[in-house]
Ligand binder design. Structure first.
Ligand code: PMV
Length: 328
């Protein structure tokens, strides 16, 4: 009744921002992402008759049962217990190898790892599609961390039709995502909560009217490995999502001065011949998408910036997998 899973975080090329069903966590639109090799969560889950209640430890911190973090984990365990017809409480120990709440999508890797570990520990034998459906209910973007490599999440209209699948394995394309960590400051509004305001932006309907076309363009460019056109699309999409955030009520601003500085520098460097594109999620850290040959030049320049505290170099990664070694 014990299992461990390792899950990658992912960066969305076409973003998920807004939900059409809160209870089922159905997104307003589909999204496309790449799993990240160096942003990983490892989680061990053990169900046991000796436990009175769930015990949740994340990055060495034991959370009180009534804390928001523990309650979100317990709600997710409840879904697994229900499917498995299990009543035991669980001990959950989880570790990220990167900072949480700074825009690196730890909820994606976190809920993907929790889903796969808890399902295995409960003795459920679920397909990849079923695991992604379950992960989606914990945190939307987590469903994209289940399959291999480059992934599409179909928005769907029901619980069963909103799931993720691999478009291409991680070996399809040697893209690199250099993450510039600019601060460990934690964001004030998490993405789950922030998304509640998405539809209040006057530009949300405009965004949605163009999304199907955007998704098919991203799919085609990914298939062709067209770096320049996909890069332009990734960057424009990130900026568009932030335009929705900024113009919603309440208005959300996730960027710090260092975030803006890097975004501007990337455009300058690009105009001078270094082909790099940026993406930003709910936080200040910046994802920089480039080709393998440009990693050294890019990281060299970023290391010279006093605002950059750390660089994390990612390549496309497989999805969530079980591991032999437990955390306890
Ligand atoms: O799954 P959540 O609630 O962490 O939302 C993720 C939102 C973004 O990272 C901003 C976009 C995305 O598609 O990953």
């Amino acid at each position: 009744m014990k299992a461990t899973a390792i899950a990658p975080s992912n960066v969305a090329f076409i973003k998920y921002w807004g939900r059409k069903n809160e209870v089922l966590r159905l997104p307003t639109n589909g999204s496309i992402s790449m799993n990240l090799s160096s942003l990983l969560t490892t989680t061990t889950v053990e169900f046991s008759s000796n436990l009175q209640q769930d015990a949740v430890e994340i990055n060495g911190q034991l959370f009180a049962p009534d804390s928001a973090e523990a309650r979100r984990v317990t709600s997710h365990l409840e879904r697994v217990r229900q499917q498995a017809g299990l009543r035991y409480s669980a001990r959950v120990v989880s570790e990220n190898n990167f900072p949480a709440s700074t825009g690196l999508s730890s909820s994606a890797s976190g809920f993907a790892a929790l889903t796969v570990a808890a399902a295995a520990a409960a003795g459920l034998n679920l397909s990849e599609k079923e695991l992604s459906i379950l992960a989606r209910q914990g945190s939307g973007s987590a469903c994209r961390s289940i399959p291999d490599g480059f992934v599409e999440w179909l928005d769907g209209d029901t619980d069963e039709s909103s799931f993720s699948m691999s478009l291409h394995p991680h070996t399809h394309w040697q893209l690199v995502d250099v993450v510039a960590v600019v601060s460990r400051e934690k964001k004030e509004v998490g993405s789950s909560q922030g998304q509640l305001a998405a539809a209040s932006s006057p530009f949300f309907s405009v965004r949605l009217s163009r999304l199907l076309e955007k998704l098919s363009r991203a799919r085609a460019l990914l298939k062709q490995r067209n770096f320049t056109d996909l890069g332009e699309l990734i960057e424009a999409e990130a900026v568009e999502m932030h335009a929705i955030m900024l113009t919603s009520t309440p208005s959300l601003m996730y960027w710090l001065p260092a975030t803006v500085k890097i975004m501007r520098l990337i455009r300058k460097w690009r105009s001078e011949g270094l082909e790099v594109y940026f993406s930003v999620n709910t936080g200040q850290d910046v994802h920089l998408i480039c080709r393998p040959d440009d990693v050294e030049t890019l990281t060299g320049r970023l290391r010279d910036l006093p605002e950059v505290s750390n660089l994390i170099i990612n390549t496309p990664a497989p999805g969530t997998r079980l591991a032999e070694q437990h955390l306890f």
